[in-house]
Design a protein around this ligand. Sequence first.
Ligand code: NDP
Length: 338
Amino acid sequence: MQNNLTSREIRLAGRPHGVPGPQHFELVSEPVPALADGQVLVRNTWMSVDPYMRGRMDDTPSYLPPFQVGVALDGGAVGEVVDSRSDIVPVGSTVSHFLGWRDHAVVDAAGVQVVDVTAVPPQAYLGPLGTTGLTAYAALTEVAPVRAGDTVFVSAAAGAVGSVAGQVARLLGAGTVIGSAGGPDKTKRLTTDFGFDVALDHRAGPIAEQLTRAAPQGIDVYLDNVGGDHLTAAIGAARPGARFALVGAISSYNATRPVSGPENLFEAYWKEVTLRGMLVTSYFHRFPEWIERAGGWLSDGSLQTAETVVHGLEQAPAALLGVLDGANTGKMLVRLGD
Ligand code: NDP
């Protein structure tokens, strides 16, 4: 059936210098190739856009290869198997895989994960039950473990990682959970929906002053999604022996020149702060544990999730530009197909 099928895909049209725009993407239709043995044809129904994709638009070495100009982008997606030449992944399966940014994907069966959608919607595997949820869990259980009674600070707290992290911190026994986000709507959601005790608005004033007021005794754990002023503020507020999970530095992703480190880094020495980077790929072995715990928390209501949905493949570039600019609450997703 796939011989007559065409599929749309989004390609990188050029590399940005600084803030990317729609001109850096192009929408192209291509015939879908015939399946080889061991391959499946997936009709993508959801795809993920994530801040790390901005780094892949540059031609610089990183933990994932750069996107290539004139070639389709890739990233997390879920969809339905509509044709199969694999004994292990039959037609009708719902799968997650890494060939997003297109309506249809031809994927090796070894490169897809069949997901259970009896209790959760398929797109959950791109958010709370996917890498962003696991990032929050690994950060707060292993990289900067939360102990009972801790004061925990999370930045980009209304986003995909942050909104899960606040609730996980609480479930792990934190005493006080502080989050920062941009604007009054998001900061309200931090305390009403995402389990934070205190919400800071980084657009309303210097984050260091707000954090000092919110945590006069200091913080024990910081999950850093932002870098820059937030990391500086957290070092300033750190208690002796504080633990920091360096998860992301979105404030610098569009920088056009090298960004200086926190000017107060020396405080980390005498406070004996642990600053530890993490890549979620190093924690994939903990996916089964996370999915079991998160599945329980989702079903008993102790983990609330949010998503911001953009419709249509043609809107995927706008969704990526939006996530870099704060357009999302919870996980930013693109709905594909009907
Ligand atoms: P989010 O859903 O949190 O979206 C990004 C958010 O960052 C925006 O919504 C915006 O929220 C905030 N933001 C953008 N610019 C700034 C700024 N200058 N200062 C403060 N906040 C800003 O994305 P994710 O949850 O997917 O990712 C969060 C972070 O975690 C990113 O840095 C990402 O790269 C990183 N990450 C790292 C992983 C790893 O393995 N190390 C895995 C997954 C994610 P607001 O409107 O509130 O400012």
